[in-house]
Design a binder for this molecule. Sequence first.
Ligand code: CIZ
Ligand code: SF4
Length: 347
Amino acid sequence: SSEELDERIRAAKRALDKDLVILGHHYQRDDVIAHSDHRGDSLQLARIAASLDSARYIVFCGVHFMAETADILTASEQIVILPDQNAGCSMADMADDQEVEECWEMITNLYGDSIIPVTYVNSTAAIKSFVGQHGGLTITSSNAEKIFAYALQAKRRILFLPDQHLGRNTAVKFGIPLNEMCVYNPQQMNLEFPYGKGDPRVILWKGHCSVHTKFEPRHVHEVRAKYPGIRVLVHPECMHETVQLADENGSTDFIIKAVRNAPPGTKWAIGTEHNLVNRLKQEHPEQLIVSLNEMICPCLTMNRIDRPHLLWSLDNILTGKPQNIIMVPPDTARWAKAAIDRMLQIS
Ligand code: CIZ
Ligand code: SF4
């Protein structure tokens, strides 16, 4: 039964005691978050992972690239476990290292050494490593503006991986015109100029989040018609046109704080992952909170992590046979860490 499952997870946690830390991303199911020792967004969890020097086992309830980052930032004797190996991220999987090599060759032929590569943390360790090797750095949605400012000072152009929307929305905040952004299409191996052809300052990889792109401009119009005075709050992984119409946009942490700091009676339509919107709804009954798109599903890969997988992971540790260990090869990890460390120093 459900109570039995919770009790078995609690018992396993007690048995492992200080040897275990469970990290939970804000997009996880409520019943998994209930068992996490720390919850956070990807930047917060990366920082927490880096500070955990005593825990031998880190069970990461989130997606694959986040567990890779935790492995990169923790000591070599610490073991990072992802309860379901199939919990990937469709956005991260939209850029593979071979394709990025091809892109880099093409754009450096066109624009010489005027380009700095920047990758969203939602990318594989191999992509972070490529970026680290080419003098670039990682970025999260909560430090995007600081990192962009740094990158634009370092070079004339940015190659932004793998989320075109976060890249475009951040570049707009810097006053870069839409026609000075192009999109690299890895299937066609060419540059597209969806908003007209200027001299590109930002080359956006043609990737997207399958969850956040489901919030469309029409949803903003519909929700405003239905709830007069409602504030629309979205994540910058949403399309530019949606972000432009919203009242506010920002990272997971920004969204949580905006709600936490709002007075009772505030009305919000939130455009981000379903589990997080639902949790905010439960935690703030004094406000009216709706999803910007009520038809949306949770992030399917985040949702793969459930209590049976969590318990299975803990039981495997207890029997001395940990499974689903995430181990980034040392060479990849070294360069990926260089890209992450540059970001952590700046943000
Ligand atoms: O996976 C995502 O979409 C996000 C926003 C992760 C994070 O924690 O920044
Ligand atoms: Fe990836 Fe989007 Fe899911 Fe985040 S919400 S893990 S970016 S697919």
